[in-house]
Design a binder for this molecule. Sequence first.
Ligand code: AMP
Ligand code: ZN
Length: 470
Amino acid sequence: MELRFFNTLERRLMPFESLTPGAAKMYTCGPTVYNFAHIGNFRAYVFEDILRRTLEYFGYAVTQVMNLTDVDDKTIRDSRAAGLPLREFTAKYKEAFFSDIRTLKIEPAEVYPAATDHIPEMIALIRTLMDRGFAYQAADKCVYFSIDKCRDYGKLARIDRENQRDGVRISTDEYAKDAVGDFALWKAWDEADGDVFWESPWGRGRPGWHIECSAMSMKYLGESFDIHTGGVDNMFPHHEDEIAQSESATGKKWVNYWLHCEHLMVDGMKMSKSLGNFYTLRDLAAKGWRGREIRWVLAGAHYRKKLNFTLDALAQARETLGRFDALFDRLRGIAAAGDGAETAALVAGARDAFAAALADDLNVAPALAAAFELSRHANRLADEGRLSRAGADAVLACFRDFDRVIGCFEVDAERGAETFPAEVVALAEARAEARKAKNFAESDRLRDELTKLGFAVKDIPGGKWELKKL
Ligand code: AMP
Ligand code: ZN
């Protein structure tokens, strides 16, 4: 089955072909560690996780790099406000980030390079850009990238080059589309930076935000790689500037596929720190919500559509996941003999539908619809007493497989009633035999014995039975 992604660079769906067959290399812009990430940020990271897991599901060996921005305008500003050295200040938020991704069952990337550990690589890249005539040091001592020298600057964000203002220089990390201009690669030290600076051929200073991603991605993934992702707000200026720097330095195409996820919204506005309309994972955990419920909500919508966040959606997630839990518990209690033929076609159909949906630009909703449908069928077969142990195992195996991508199903979790001791199963089997032989005194005695052990046995059509913990 062919994987297809919507490539922002070309604004169209394209079949995915990696540079090395069977391997996928991707760079995902990571957190700026000046605060706890909010669940809007985590929408982007969950989307990237679904992408990573889908690639793995389709057999790719994935190498993912996610940077930690631990020096920029915001980290410096807030560490100084907190009266802490930059490294100490950001360490707390790095740790919180790793704890949060565990809560959300986000698979770890292969490398999490921190910007402050890669200053020499950034200086080397800026030097190359200087040597090749793409960068210059201005009177303010900052080093800027000259967008005039870069023929296709604006190709990702589709910037209107005609209306660009000449001679504009921007030294802040983030700026709007109408402020297009030469952007800072190296920022000369000023008082607001305090003790945060590195020596460079251009004097004391620190790198700009964009150069960090170019330098670290190429260090770990090579001068050309397969996929680069982020939220839509990263497209300009961040990703545009990353492309300009990287391709001007190497003369090669840098990234083949760009994938951007839409925003998580609250009441029609982007969830963001500056608007104050955000929840962190900790806020939601304090209200009793679990990581897998939050993940279910974030992962359930198509990544290219805006998603409105509500607590109601979390309540629905809890109910839905509870129904899946009940199915898994039930399937584990099935003991009837049989070869599983009753589920073979259902499971095969569900697997095909699931894979086809994900292959189609990570279309999670129809993939989950395949899971819902399989669950309905399995429950129906069990109600009718037509589900065998082998059939139940096939359904469970299928959900285990789906969970390689979805990451919310707890197929094998201990929930109390789901595992039955061998002696309990033996008693239930003996009771069924006694009933079959119409020895009701014995079957009642065995039922009482099960009750004493804390288990109820329920007869279902076809001479079959189910166990439940009392
Ligand atoms: P930042 O720490 O602001 O650089 O953001 C980290 C990641 O989260 C980036 O990929 C952003 O595009 C993404 N992001 C920020 N806010 C949202 C949001 N409300 N919805 C989805 N992604 C977001
Ligand atoms: Zn980046």
